[in-house]
Write a protein that binds this ligand. Structure first.
Ligand code: C2E
Ligand code: MG
Ligand code: MG
Ligand code: MG
Length: 282
């Protein structure tokens, strides 16, 4: 009987595995096609806000508008893109698209001091010609370098710290700035933090989640803010969903926020409508 059960379990597992493999195969094929078309892979935008709730910039977050499956989130295809070595192409598509939009919005609305943050993967940063690509994109889209911020994660840096620092310095010479994303979740070493040419830390959502759940959660966020202050780094807290979290962060001296409390990531058309409806005092 137990043998039979085991066999059944095994066959259920096989079906699931097989479906996953077919799914991945289909998605890989579709992704290669999508990267050759312009409109399927596109950034959505989530605002970063100041203590008054005013927008001060955006983070570009990739979405794939799949012809059959609808809008897919990065969680549904980024691993596949990484595995198939498609991340550099995907990342570049997002960078170009996001810079174009930001540049157009800057021409139309008084948002000259706003920043556009774009996530960068390890495989992108590691490309020798990445700084040259970024420079070319900025020139072609007519976006000033000081408007562009690149978000990298600790895991990106951990793989090759010296190489990363060299690449980052090349990009900084263009005028681009850096934010350390998901801070506190990777294999962070505090000695990296001193060496890395970054301007900003992003407190990971997991710390915002526990901020008001345990005293330790609160202490950790406070410690991150103190650390940032003594290293002269700005701080953004990500994943804020509740008013009480915001109040606690304001009290701790955090000055920049991102989260569903303010806005979910939105399609470019929605962002443009918001900008058009906004009275922006810059
Ligand atoms: P991330 O860079 O840490 O981005 C934050 C993620 O948290 C986004 O998910 C965003 O939609 C979500 N988020 C923001 N506020 C809240 C909130 O209040 N509550 C909850 N539950 N979630 C919130 P998304 O768009 O699914 O992106 C996931 C990850 O995929 C990103 O994490 C980033 O690591 C990666 N990613 C997205 N776009 C790109 C890209 O263009 N290039 C690269 N290399 N990675 C990207
Ligand atoms: Mg990010
Ligand atoms: Mg993040
Ligand atoms: Mg995150």
């Amino acid at each position: 009987d137990s043998k039979k059960k085991g066999k059944n379990c095994l066959s259920v597992f096989d079906d699931a595995m097989q479906k996953k493999l077919i799914d991945e195969h289909d998605l890989t094929r579709d992704l290669i096609l999508a990267l050759n078309r312009t409109e399927e892979i596109a950034p959505w935008f989530q605002p970063k806000v100041d203590p008054g709730g005013r927008w001060v910039g955006f983070e570009a977050l990739v979405r794939w508008n799949h012809p059959k499956r609808g809008v897919l989130n990065p969680g549904q295809f980024i691993d596949i893109a990484e595995g198939q070595n498609l991340m550099p192409a995907l990342g570049e598509a997002v960078l170009v698209h996001a810079c174009k939009l930001m540049s157009a919005w800057r021409r139309q609305y008084p948002i000259q001091n706003w920043t556009l943050a774009v996530n960068v993967s390890q495989s992108q940063l590691a490309m020798d010609d990445f700084p040259a690509k970024v420079e070319e994109v900025l020139t072609k889209t007519n976006l000033p370098a000081h408007c562009l911020q690149l978000e990298i994660t600790e895991s990106v840096v951990a793989e090759n710290i010296d190489g990363c620092i060299a690449q980052m310095n090349r990009l900084r010479r263009l005028g681009v700035s850096f934010s350390l994303d998901d801070f506190g979740t990777g294999y962070s070493s505090l000695s990296y933090l001193r060496q890395l040419p970054i301007d900003e830390l992003k407190i990971d959502k997991s710390f915002v989640d526990t901020l008001l759940l345990y005293e330790e959660g609160y202490s950790i966020v406070r410690a991150i803010l103190q650390l940032a202050q003594s290293l002269n780094l700005s701080v953004v807290a990500e994943g804020i969903e509740e008013e009480a979290q915001l109040r606690a962060l304001v009290n701790l001296g955090c000055k920049r926020y991102q989260g569903f409390l303010f806005s979910r990531p939105q399609a470019p058309e929605q962002i443009r409508d918001c900008l058009a409806a906004m009275k922006i005092v810059s």
